[in-house]
Design a protein around this ligand. Structure first.
Ligand code: IMP
Length: 216
């Protein structure tokens, strides 16, 4: 069974990716997660989501080079990563690349949400236009071929005026999913994982792995 390392220290992202890939029942992959205790250092300072996603793969490759025993034990076929963000129309696409650190380096989800809602309260255009989208750029690194591929997904929605819901992570409590007329933090994880930006991007990545025909 091919081994694929999901290059993230974000447990929420990993759980979502695991559930999304798990739906491809004909694709038996062993997903590997190295949690924050491994202290893999990634500096996300690139000018595009794709470059940031590639940086994450490279950060994990470097970490594994320094830990050859772990690398041998994991016996990886692929490394996958993603860089995602929230783009709000009335803010000209902000927070965009700065989504994770909108309220500053290591800002909490709630601090980021408050900065977003306060910024939108101050901007006239935002009273009428609360359109937004989550975007996800997944990167798939094929170790044997030394090749990188990229897959895009988005989820369109609206930013609410108040926080609602306790599920999910990040900006989910203020992101209204039109299909449900609820925030992404109010719907079930299975509902989010059927339509999310991450589901679309990793669905495409799973198809690409399948088409490589290396699953036996
Ligand atoms: P990064 O990909 O590590 O730069 O982080 C992207 C940031 O976007 C996360 O820290 C979240 O704040 C936000 N984000 C990405 N995807 C989602 C999602 O599915 N729900 C809520 N927030 C998200």
């Amino acid at each position: 069974m091919p081994n694929i390392l999901i290059a993230t220290g974000n447990a929420h992202k990993f759980q979502e990716i695991e559930a999304i890939i798990g739906k491809f029942t004909d694709l038996s992959l062993n997903l590997v997660y190295l949690d924050k205790s491994y202290r893999v250092e990634i500096i996300e300072d690139r000018k595009s989501y794709e470059e940031n996603a590639k940086t994450k793969v490279e950060g994990y490759l470097e970490f594994l080079e320094k830990n050859p025993d772990l690398r041998a034990e994991l016996n990886l076929d692929f490394i996958a990563s993603e860089d995602s963000g929230l783009e709000v129309e009335c803010l000209g696409g902000e927070p965009g690349l700065f989504t994770a650190r909108y309220a500053g380096e290591n800002a909490s989800d709630i601090a980021n949400i408050e900065k977003l809602l306060n910024g939108m309260r101050l901007k006239k255009e935002c009273a009428e236009n609360r359109l937004a989208k989550f975007v996800c750029h997944a990167c798939l690194y094929d170790i044997k071929k030394n090749s990188f591929e990229y897959f895009y997904g988005e989820l369109k929605g609206l930013i609410s005026e108040e926080i609602s819901g306790t599920k999910g992570f990040g900006y989910d409590p203020v992101f209204i999913v039109p299909e449900f007329n609820k925030t992404a933090a109010q719907i079930a994880p299975e509902e989010k994982n059927a339509i999310s930006h991450r589901a679309v991007a990793f669905g495409k990545a799973a198809d690409a792995i399948k088409s490589k025909g290396r699953l036996i």
